[in-house]
Design a protein around this ligand. Structure first.
Ligand code: UGA
Length: 463
């Protein structure tokens, strides 16, 4: 209790400062249940606990809940561990497999379970979210807002609401859409500094509850109150747009390579136009992760369902797949005279800052490379364990970048880890047998690499 009031006072002070000394303080503490403890549910739970709420995170996987209760994080996120430990210790954050314990008396229930792509149709598979809705509905008591954080097709809120009302017709409940825009690897930063909070609700009462839940962000971030279906569409439209932006810059990179322009300079010049914006203009081996590939496919499916051919999105999907193959061919072509030559691969996660290898371009490129080479050593600062689950004994796992490069003919950078910018190139040159670097994330300085005696190729410049 003391801890809660400490936090209330801290928040009140922050808000007080923010409002430039006005003595107007609004802080609410709620009971929040979060269903799903993955890359969205866990950081969101930790963030909401840090804001002072009483948070119960629910998951069906007992071993996950046991690990979390034993103080072990089940995924890597920068800055997560400290806040996780703090809020478990002060009793604001609880992990359980018991849905009733979490949902009874909750003001807000957040659905944050996976919506993986169907293996054949690529549509979002909603079985987990519907099962969660059915289970939680029976425990609703008092007014509750059930908010969908998982990325779900337009109209899913209607289905969830129908399930909840069927299971518990007496429930005083509003079902809303509360899309998540956290980036993996930056989830804690993004939780506390959201660009916008989108609330898709067909009820004013639910909007008021959301205003209270996010009271500490009022005045600091944009709130957008829209229809539930619009909110569901905003999430897909945003991810698909970002994926298209990456595809566009990758296409421009190919153009620069052939025309003699430099993609760094081109992206910089484009990004200075505020209508275009400088973010998401890093050319690379193609986008990946658990969101963009899944959400672009689901969006294309939704387009077909509603009779609208989303050509830009469909092209983006096809070209992104092709790109990963082309990237593998680039590497293989460099060792075609010595197919037994060792390849050192740096980076396995789908992007820097995370241990997640789901739909990682690095994994797809590696699989292609394995068709031509059986001598590949890999290193990633955080993703070794997850990569090993996917690649098994087909590659060797090095303890660091330098071990991976020992006796290698070629070094390939596949993930944009900041650490790779500071590699000791002189040391690496001494370790390698031949001296080729293929940098598919443009992490290194071309001039410096060439001065260090390497043959260097990267993306978007004729190096
Ligand atoms: C993405 C969105 O950025 C989040 O806003 C959203 O909440 C999340 O999906 C989700 O739907 O849950 P995330 O998957 O964590 O976040 O990863 P991003 O940082 O967007 O990167 C996705 C891929 O694009 C990575 O493979 C990355 O390397 C690649 N990328 C990104 C580029 O190749 N170039 C860029 O300029 C930016």
């Amino acid at each position: 209790m003391v801890e809660i009031w400490d936090n209330v006072i801290a928040l009140a002070l922050l808000k007080g400062y923010y409002e430039a000394g006005l003595i107007f303080i609004e802080v609410y503490i709620m009971k929040v249940a979060i269903i799903g403890t993955g890359y969205v549910g866990l950081p969101t739970g930790v963030g909401l606990a840090e804001l002072g709420n009483e948070v119960f995170c629910v998951d069906k996987m007992e071993e996950k809940i046991c690990a979390l209760n034993a103080g072990e994080l089940t995924l890597y996120e920068d800055g997560l561990e400290e806040l996780f430990k703090k809020n478990v210790q002060n009793g604001r954050l609880t992990f359980t497999t018991n849905m009733a314990k979490a949902v009874i008396g909750a003001d807000v229930v957040l659905l944050a379970v996976g919506t993986p792509p169907h293996p054949v149709t690529k549509e979002a598979d909603l079985q987990y979210i519907y099962a969660a809705a059915e289970e939680l509905a029976q425990y609703l008591d008092g007014y509750t807002v059930v908010a969908t954080k998982s990325t779900v097709p337009v109209g899913t809120g209607d289905e969830i609401e129908a399930i909840v009302r069927k299971v518990n017709p007496q429930a005083d409940v509003d079902v809303i859409s509360l899309p998540e825009f956290l980036r993996e690897g930056f989830a804690i930063h993004d939780f506390f500094h959201p660009d916008r909070i989108v609330v898709g609700a067909n009820s004013k009462k639910a909007c008021k509850v959301m205003q209270k839940l996010y009271a500490p962000f009022v005045g600091k971030t944009e709130f957008l109150w829209v229809k539930r279906k619009s909110s569901e569409a905003i999430k897909y439209a945003s991810n698909a747009f970002l994926a298209m932006k990456i595809h566009y810059i990758n296409e421009m990179a190919d153009f620069c390579e052939n025309s003699g322009a430099d993609i760094h300079e081109v992206a910089k010049g484009m990004g200075m136009d505020s209508r275009i914006g400088s973010k998401f203009l890093n050319a690379g081996p193609g986008y990946g992760g658990s969101c963009f590939p899944k959400d672009t496919n689901a969006m294309a499916q939704m387009g077909r369902k509603y009779g609208v051919r989303l050509n830009l999105i469909e092209t983006t999907i096809a070209k992104n797949d092709e790109r990963k193959k082309e990237m593998a061919e680039r590497v293989i072509s460099k060792i075609k005279n010595n197919p037994q030559g060792k390849i050192a691969v740096l980076g396995l996660a789908f992007k820097g800052g995370t241990d997640d290898c789901r739909e990682s371009p690095a994994m797809d490129i590696l699989r292609e490379m394995l068709e031509h080479s059986s001598n590949i050593s890999v290193f990633d600062p955080k993703a070794m364990a997850n990569a090993e689950k996917l690649l098994g004994a087909r590659v060797t796992y090095a303890k660091d970048a330098y071990e991976a490069c020992e006796n290698a003919e070629i070094m390939v950078i596949l993930t944009e880890w900041e650490d790779f910018k500071n590699l000791d190139l002189k040391r690496i040159r001494g370790l390698m047998k031949a001296h080729k670097i293929v940098d598919l994330r443009n992490m290194l300085q071309a001039e410096e690499v060439k001065k260090s005696g390497f043959e260097y190729s990267c993306i978007g410049m004729n190096s």
